[in-house]
Design a protein around this ligand. Structure first.
Ligand SMILES: Nc1nc2c(ncn2[C@@H]2O[C@H](COP(=O)(O)OP(=O)(O)OP(=O)(O)O)[C@@H](O)[C@H]2O)c(=O)[nH]1
Ligand SMILES: [Mg+2]
Length: 671
């Protein structure tokens, strides 16, 4: 299994010299680097260790001015080669680089005590002791310390063997079926076009597949893959990779972009984290401060919003919402590093607990609830309990598009569908066609629809029911108040209401967007109620099963008068005014149309429904087969007026009972 080793340590301490000695490749490629004897940007090399294991090296600059480049390279590293110059001892960027490795949770490393050719044994011993003390209490605590001298090869075999042993302890890199490559270098190769490099994590890449560059959202094609100088057809996680891309120009890609497979990732600008302020930080982390956030190979300015405290004091940790200036592609559990923009120093970092938080956190109630949610997420992430995360996501959002679940839970699409099926089985989730729901949200949406229909029946007893479109809207807008460990969520209150209406959220119009079911979700709720027989579809309306149109005594009398008038008049249209004179207002007329008493020939013009059938029968008898007739033929045959016969024939035309050609008509074949 391939691994990636990243160097770290103060400027000039011998990092690049060691990489050159271990791999035969000088990682300093830039002319300026060679001229100044200083690493400016990331360097790359590879080699095999005594066990035969292949390793890639990312060589970082030690100079304090280039810490941002160091941060861009250290992202996907799974083992640190931490270099301390025996003749200089511990220096400021020794401390800063160690803090960064610690914040990123890089738990495997080897310390190379370099330039031991320049010091006596006593100095070597005292620097070793000092380094041991410095790394104690960090993720590199207890790492082996190997004395080396790159120019004369001293200690290099031991360093190789020690790195090999350290890599034995690196856990298998997770393959979640959601590969991601943080681009740390872009260049073009004559004849091949754009090539990006980076460390692949979270899944495999294949050549000749569609991919997506984020945050720009550009579809590209992976033309070819190369790892450690050789072409590969498939690349596993935790490996340095060069990817030849079709469909994008070199100058359209920059360091910090992320190469992923389509529809698996989305950039975000709001992120909830557990953030730690370094004990060495000169000031607490504050909402007013200006910071830069580093994740993967990307960086952006960010504002902090502490959630469970006012400020994060040195040596302490807190839950903090980050408001990013530029969108980043972040995963659940992703480590991030924070630098103070003004002081230009690393001041903290932590772990992403929610890359797509829903709604804003204003006011104490919302804050307390959010803190509880984030603590629950933290516990689930600690245990890598993705099924638990699924439950939390549903509880927070009410309903989620099935297609977004994988991203929100941070697991592959297939395992997530399995988790959802198990949750549905256990009654802790509900699945509709395109959505997954918390049971509480599902019930709330259904109850809201049934209530709305009931209310409509009461307000409009003559109407067949609530228009289905309106019912879907009611379901879509239902506040998806989710069940919560601390008790049910309040239904009032500004923030609660806002949560229900599904505010824009953080996912760039995507997964972070709506906590509501949205239009599709509304339709799914109504469909479910129809399938279960809780609602009946009546034309374009939905009604409760026991709803029938009820006429009050006055309306029943008016209906009798209308029926009488219709029978008396024969084929003669009634206007709204005629019907009003009989006591039938518009609503009653609409109900009488639905009840089969009247038929509307045109807006505001009615005939008796049975009269219409009789008229058609008469016309068929008089003009059988293909016999044509004019409007006045029909008027005479039916014994009616021009005022009635024209709209009547136009009605029959529309119903395809008659066909018109010029001023002649014929009847359609019966049946
Ligand atoms: N005597 C001696 N000199 C060394 C040793 N390792 C490196 N050097 C020298 O120290 C200088 C700095 O070494 P680099 O490898 O460039 O240091 P670096 O840590 O990569 O420096 P940055 O990348 O700029 O942070 C060079 O002149 C090296 O030749 C060593 O073990 N012994
Ligand atoms: Mg260097």
């Amino acid at each position: 299994m391939p691994h990636v080793i990243g160097t770290a340590g103060h400027v000039d301490h011998g990092k690049s010299a060691l990489v050159l000695a271990l791999t035969g490749t000088d990682p300093d490629r830039l002319a300026e680097e060679k001229a100044r004897g200083l690493t400016i940007d990331l360097g790359f090399a590879w080699s095999s260790l005594p066990s035969g294991r292949e390793v890639g090296f990312v060589d970082v600059p030690g100079h304090e001015r280039f810490v941002h480049n160091m941060l861009a390279g250290v992202g996907g590293v799974d083992c640190a080669l931490f270099v301390v110059d025996a003749s200089e001892g511990w220096r400021p960027q020794s401390a800063e680089h160690l803090a960064i490795l610690d914040l990123l949770g890089i738990a495997t490393g080897v310390v190379a005590l370099s330039k031991v050719d320049l010091v006596d044994d006593a100095t070597r011993a005292s620097v070793t002791e000092a380094v041991t003390a410095r790394i104690a209490g960090t993720s590199l605590a207890g790492s082996a310390i190997v004395p080396t001298s790159a120019p004369n090869g001293l200690g290099l075999d031991e360093l190789r063997a020690t790195l090999d042993q350290a890599l034995d302890r690196v856990p298998e890199p997770p393959d979640r079926g959601r590969p991601r490559l943080a681009v740390d270098r872009v260049f073009s190769v004559r004849g091949s076009g754009t090539v990006v490099t980076g460390t692949l994590i979270g899944g495999t890449f294949r050549s000749d597949v569609e991919a997506e560059l984020l945050p720009i959202g550009r579809r590209v094609r992976i033309r070819a893959l190369q790892s450690h100088g050789r072409p590969v057809a498939i690349a596993d996680p935790a490996r340095r990779l060069a990817v030849n891309l079709a469909g994008v120009a070199t100058d359209e890609v920059t360091r910090g972009d992320v190469l992923v497979l389509p529809n698996q990732w989305r950039p975000t600008t709001t992120v909830d984290c557990r953030l730690r302020c370094l004990a060495s930080a000169p000031a607490p982390l504050r909402g007013r401060g200006a910071y830069l956030l580093y994740a993967g190979a990307a960086e952006t300015a960010t504002r902090l919003q502490p959630l469970d405290t006012h400020e994060v004091r040195p040596g302490e940790a807190a839950l903090v919402r980050l408001h990013l200036e530029h969108p980043l592609v972040l995963d659940l559990g992703e480590p991030v590093v924070l630098r103070d923009t003004g002081r230009d120093e690393t001041v903290g970092g932590g772990t992403v607990l929610d890359p797509f938080p829903v709604g804003e956190v204003h006011g104490t109630t919302a804050r307390v609830r959010r803190v509880e949610e984030l603590e629950a997420r933290e516990a689930a992430l600690r245990d890598d309990d993705r099924a638990g995360l699924l439950g939390l996501v549903l509880a927070e959002r009410g309903s989620v598009a099935r297609a977004d679940l994988s991203m929100l839970v941070g697991a592959g699409a297939e395992p997530v569908q399995g988790m959802l099926a198990a949750a549905v089985e256990a009654g802790s989730a509900v699945g509709s066609r395109g959505l997954a729901w918390s049971p509480a949200a599902w019930d709330a949406a259904r109850t809201a629809v049934l209530e709305a229909v009931r209310r409509h029946h009461k307000e409009e007893p003559l109407a067949p029911g609530l228009p289905a479109q309106a019912a879907r809207r009611v379901a879509a807008a239902a506040p998806h108040v989710a069940a919560h460990p601390g008790g049910p969520r309040g239904s009032g209150g500004g923030t609660d209401g806002a949560r229900g209406t599904g505010r824009s959220g953080a996912a760039g119009g995507g997964a972070g967007g709506s906590s509501g079911a949205g239009n599709a979700g509304g339709a799914e709720v109504v469909d479910a109620l129809l399938r279960e027989g809780r609602l009946i579809l009546d034309g374009a309306a939905v009604r409760l099963p026991d709803h029938g149109v009820q006429l009050d005594p006055a309306q029943a009398k008016a209906r009798a008068r209308v029926e009488e008038a219709v029978a008396e008049r024969g084929v003669a249209a009634l206007t709204e005014a005629d019907l009003a004179a009989l006591g039938a207002d518009r609503r009653l007329v609409a109900a009488l149309c639905r009840q089969g008493v009247l038929t509307a020939l045109a807006p505001g013009l009615y005939v008796g429904a049975r009269v219409l059938d009789q008229a058609v029968a008469i016309l068929r008898r008089e003009f059988p087969g293909d016999r044509t007739f004019t409007a006045s033929d029909a008027r005479e045959t039916l014994g009616t007026t021009r005022k009635t016969v024209i709209p009547l024939l136009e009605f029959l035309d529309r119903a395809a009972i008659t066909f018109r050609s010029g001023d002649k008509r014929r009847l359609s074949p019966p049946g």
